[in-house]
Design a protein around this ligand. Structure first.
Ligand SMILES: Nc1ncnc2c1ncn2[C@@H]1O[C@H](COP(=O)(O)OP(=O)(O)OP(=O)(O)O)[C@@H](O)[C@H]1O
Ligand SMILES: [Mg+2]
Length: 203
């Protein structure tokens, strides 16, 4: 659980990323952002959450979607329940709005993963999932999508095609150049718009 407060030097990193996303001309149309990494444990959930908070702090309305249906952690990050979420909504084709949770941080809403199923891949590959991300752009300024690591399953490759941009997290020490290159190639081959690489856990 790592939420960096506004005095933390690490928060400055998020201020910089926020500035690029919110103000750079090239990123004007980037509203939905996937956060992924090659291996597990590199810091995807941490980066997704802190980036969302940084955007919320400049009054952007942000929806965080937990697209890691295999190892969901967004609800834990924000002390929310994960009684119902994407997996249920997609399987039962429910109206999503009533399942979006407000949390005690201003401007942030979350959509949790829902129960873990063996259908992650099918759920993520469904038009319903694509629609959730795309339609949410009408209501929120930014959609931040957390996801599973790229190395073994294709979930985040698929999610990258639904999002306007993708941020690749590379945990220093955990990732080697070969992995980083492979991650980039995987995303590029899907046509993902890679916004940048965040070196996380840099000592
Ligand atoms: N910048 C950082 N400095 C130190 N520890 C960190 C940093 N970022 C994340 N961590 C820690 O590393 C662990 C993994 O972080 P996190 O859960 O964000 O990674 P993840 O890529 O989402 O993992 P998973 O693949 O399991 O979903 C957590 O215990 C987190 O608190
Ligand atoms: Mg995670």
């Amino acid at each position: 659980m790592m939420i960096f407060n506004e005095e933390s030097p690490i928060y400055d990193v998020y201020r910089n990323i926020r500035t690029n996303i919110a103000f750079a001309k090239d990123y004007k149309n980037v509203k939905s952002i996937l956060v992924t990494s090659f291996q597990q444990n590199e810091g995807k959930t941490t980066v997704a959450s802190n980036l969302a908070i940084a955007l919320a702090n400049i009054d952007k309305k942000v929806l965080i979607i937990d697209g890691d249906l295999r190892n969901p952690n967004i609800h834990l990050m924000f002390n929310a329940k994960n009684d119902v979420g994407i997996s249920n909504i997609c399987e039962e084709k429910m109206e999503i709005n009533s399942y979006i949770k407000k949390i005690n941080i201003k401007n942030i809403s979350i959509l949790t993963s829902g129960k873990i199923t063996n259908k992650s891949s099918e759920i993520i590959s469904s038009d319903f999932m694509k629609d959730i991300i795309q339609k949410s752009k009408e209501t929120y300024d930014y959609i931040i999508v957390d996801s599973h690591s790229l190395s073994l399953v294709s979930d985040s490759s698929v999610l990258s095609t639904y999002c306007d941009g993708t941020i690749l997290v590379a945990g220093c020490g955990e990732v080697n150049m070969q992995d980083a290159k492979q991650a980039k190639e995987k995303l590029t081959s899907m046509g993902a718009n890679i916004l940048g690489v965040i070196l996380n856990k840099y000592e």
